[in-house]
Design a protein around this ligand. Structure first.
Ligand code: HMG
Ligand code: MG
Length: 286
C-alpha cells in the first residue's frame, strides 16, 4: 500500500488573512464547502484573534455558522488567548468536528510582532486555553513560526525551534506544525532544523508548513519526507502569507503538493480535480 500523507488545508485562514481586503462570508463558505468535498480531512477555516490585528478573520464566527459540515472533515481555527477560546466556544457547532490551533514563535522578534509578547508569555497565555480545550474534548494543534528564519531576528538556530516545540508539547498532547513563515528555508537548513526537533517530538506528531516565497517549498517538503514527516500544510491556489511577517506571500499550493506527492508515489485521498476547481475560486479572491 502506498505511504499516506495527510494534507492540512490552510488557504481559508493563512491565505485569506493576508489579502488586502476582507473576503465576504459567502465567498469563504463557498470555498471551504468545495474544499470539504475534495477528500481533505483537515481544513483551517478562520481565526478568533483580535479584529484590530487581523480584520480579514473578523467574520470567522459567521463562516463557521454558514458551513455545511462534511462527515470526517475536521474544521480548525486559530485561538491566541482565552478571549479567542470564548469566541470559539460561542461559535462551535455540535454537528461539526472542530479543532483549535495555538501558535508560538521560535524567535522573539516575530513573537513581539505577531502576538505582542515574548515566547514565554505566549506559552503562559496558552496554558489555560489548552486546559479548557482538554476539558471540552476539543483537539489542539500547535504551530511554531519562523523555524528557519525570522523577518526581524534573522536565521533561527535549530535548537530554538526544538525548545519551542517542546514548550508547546508540555502544555498538552498536540501535533506540532513547523512554519517557515517567510519561505527562506532551504532543504539543508530544513533538515538541520528537523533533526533538532526530532530529538524532542516524533515525526508522526510533526507537520511541515512551508511558504514558497523563495521557491523552495516543494524541495523542503521532499527533505521533510526523507526525515519521516507525513503531514503538510498547504493553501489552495497558493494563497497566503502572514500580515505580521513582511515579505511572506504564498503558502505552498495544495495542487502543487498533490502533484509532487503523486509523482513520488504517496497517497493522500484528495481529489486533484476538485482542488483544481477550488484553486480557480481561490485565485479569483486575490
Ligand atoms: P494585544 O493588543 O496585546 O492584546 O494583542 P490585549 O489583550 O491587550 O487586547 C487588545 C484588544 O484586543 C482588546 O480590545 C481585547 O479585548 C481585544 P479593546 O479593549 O482594545 O477594544 N482582543 C480580542 N478580540 C477578539 N479576539 C481575541 C482577542 N484578544 C484580545 N482573541 C493578541 C494580543 C494575541 C490578541 C493579538 O496580538 C492578536 O490577535 N494576534 C494575532 C495575530 C495573528 O493572527 N497572526 C496571524 C496568524 S499566525 C501565522 O500566520 C503563522 C502561521 O501560519 C504559521 C507560520 O506560517 O509560521 C500559523
Ligand atoms: Mg503560515
Amino acid at each position: 500500500m502506498a505511504d499516506h500523507v495527510r494534507i492540512h488545508e490552510v488557504g481559508p485562514r493563512d491565505g485569506l488573512q493576508n489579502e488586502p481586503g476582507v473576503i465576504s462570508v459567502a465567498r469563504k463558505v463557498a470555498l471551504i464547502d468545495l474544499l470539504s468535498r475534495s477528500g481533505l480531512r483537515d481544513i483551517e477555516v478562520g481565526s478568533f484573534v483580535s479584529p484590530k490585528w487581523v480584520p480579514q478573520m473578523a467574520n470567522s464566527d459567521q463562516v463557521l455558522a454558514g458551513l455545511t459540515p462534511q462527515a470526517g472533515v475536521r474544521y480548525a481555527v486559530l485561538v491566541p488567548n482565552m478571549r479567542g477560546w470564548e469566541g470559539f466556544l460561542a461559535a462551535r457547532r455540535p454537528d461539526m468536528i472542530t479543532e483549535i490551533a495555538v501558535f508560538i514563535s521560535a524567535s522573539e522578534g516575530f513573537s513581539q510582532s505577531n502576538l505582542n509578547c515574548s515566547i514565554a508569555e505566549t506559552v503562559e497565555r496558552l496554558r489555560p486555553v489548552v486546559q479548557a480545550a482538554k476539558e471540552a474534548g476539543v483537539t489542539v494543534r500547535g504551530y511554531v513560526s519562523c523555524v528557519t528564519d525570522c523577518p526581524f531576528d534573522g536565521p533561527t538556530p535549530p535548537e530554538e525551534v526544538a525548545k519551542a516545540a517542546a514548550m508547546l508539547r508540555e502544555l498538552g498532547p498536540m501535533q506540532v506544525s513547523l512554519g517557515d513563515t517567510i519561505g527562506k528555508g532551504t532543504p539543508a537548513r530544513v533538515a538541520a532544523m528537523l533533526e533538532a526537533v526530532l530529538s524532542v517530538v516524533p515525526a508522526a506528531d510533526l507537520a511541515g508548513h512551508f511558504h514558497d516565497t523563495g521557491g523552495q517549498a516543494l524541495a523542503n517538503i521532499e527533505a521533510s519526507l526523507d526525515l519521516g514527516l507525513r503531514a503538510f500544510d498547504t493553501a489552495v491556489g497558493g494563497l497566503g502569507g502572514c500580515p505580521y511577517a513582511p515579505g511572506a506571500p504564498g503558502n505552498v499550493a495544495t495542487e502543487a503538493v498533490l502533484a509532487l506527492l503523486a509523482r513520488l508515489g504517496y497517497e493522500t485521498g484528495v481529489d486533484a480535480d476538485v482542488i483544481a476547481q477550488a484553486a480557480d475560486m481561490a485565485r479569483g479572491m486575490r
